[in-house]
Design a protein around this ligand. Structure first.
Ligand code: 3HC
Length: 289
């Protein structure tokens, strides 16, 4: 495909805002879609906070921060994505919502060879591709949180994704975005979550059964395995609702008990204890404004 300079990001939650930030810092023109003005404002605030962090740590010049912000615009109308070269969907992990987004994008995006990427963690790319008339141009491009920090992107072609789409997506994430890729087949969870989710669920089961405290489980992994954070703190970072949604997709695909979300996780999500983003999960946090 030719030049890719106009990026559309659908959703500006934890992942969407990180993806939009990384694209804007790479010099691309980024249009972000949200469902309403409040969600747009929250997305913009998240990006500003993360850029400020970059400036504070001396990794980002003030001029570059201002230039990145100037490249970002927001809309509540997906119709504004008509001129985008690539769209990256990063809405909540609900299949019906994502399918709806892809159906709309297919109608709206004019460029014939535009790329349609999804940041889904676990929903089969084929289901998203089949919601469009261009499944050959639909691919999974799965980033990791915090997106500005973690270098990995999983590339997930479906059975119908073309080689050109795969190559163009790889060029986009490794070139301007400076990420590193691994390839995965289109199976719920792809490579990383297929390994990560059973581990996180096991830690929740361990705590739920009274086997060990949250602090001791996390300390054990940080001090004993040199991970940057333990599994319960990591579940808080990912979001308990997202963890549950990924586990459910994987359980639906493989019917393996190890992917089945434990009752404590379900109850915490029901209670709105979603982790860092809601102020409370397995630990307490200051809620970001
Ligand atoms: N945005 C931008 N930069 C951030 C950031 C954010 N949200 N969070 C941290 N950073 C930067 C900091 O500015 C700092 O940069 P500096 O060294 O230049 O000052 C650097 O990252 C380290 O941050 P801190 O010193 O604040 O804290 P830590 O050293 O404890 O690192 C962490 C924080 C980067 C979150 C680290 O603990 C970590 O990597 N944890 C594991 C995260 C992980 O496993 N993510 C994958 C989740 S799975 C996923 O996303 C897939 C999905 O499908 C579920």
């Amino acid at each position: 495909m030719g030049e890719v300079s106009r990026v559309g990001v659908v959703g500006s939650g934890l992942m969407g805002s990180g993806i939009a930030e990384v694209c804007a810092r790479a010099g691309l023109d980024v249009l972000v879609n949200e469902v309403n003005q409040d969600a747009s404002d929250a997305g913009r605030a998240r990006i500003e906070k993360s850029l400020a962090r970059g400036v504070r740590s001396g990794k980002l010049a003030e001029d570059d921060r201002d230039a990145a912000l100037a490249r970002l615009s927001f809309t509540t109308d997906l119709g504004d994505f008509a001129d985008r070269d690539i769209v990256i969907e990063a809405v909540a992990e609900h299949e019906a919502t994502k399918v709806d987004v892809f159906r709309t994008l297919d109608k709206v995006v004019r460029r014939e060879d535009a790329l349609f990427a999804s940041n889904t963690s676990s929903i089969p790319i084929m289901k998203l591709g089949m919601a469009t008339s261009r499944p050959a141009q639909v691919i999974g491009v799965h980033f990791f949180n915090p997106v500005p920090v973690l270098p990995l992107v999983e590339l997930v072609p479906s059975l119908l994704t073309s080689d050109e789409t795969r190559a163009a997506a790889e060029e986009f994430v490794t070139g301007p975005l400076g990420k590193q890729v691994i390839q995965s087949q289109d199976r719920a969870g792809f490579v990383v979550n297929a390994l990560l989710i059973p581990y996180l669920l096991s830690a929740i089961r361990m705590m739920e059964s009274g086997f060990a405290s949250a602090e001791d489980i996390d300390q054990g992994i940080v001090l004993g395995l040199a991970h940057p954070m333990g599994p319960l703190r990591l579940t808080d970072l990912i979001g308990l609702d997202t963890t549950k949604a990924i586990a459910e997709s994987m359980y639906a695909e493989f019917k393996e008990p190890l992917y089945s979300p434990p009752p404590l996780l379900l109850r915490m999500v029901d209670a709105g204890l979603l982790g860092k983003k809601s102020g409370r999960g397995f630990y307490d946090y200051e809620v970001a404004k």
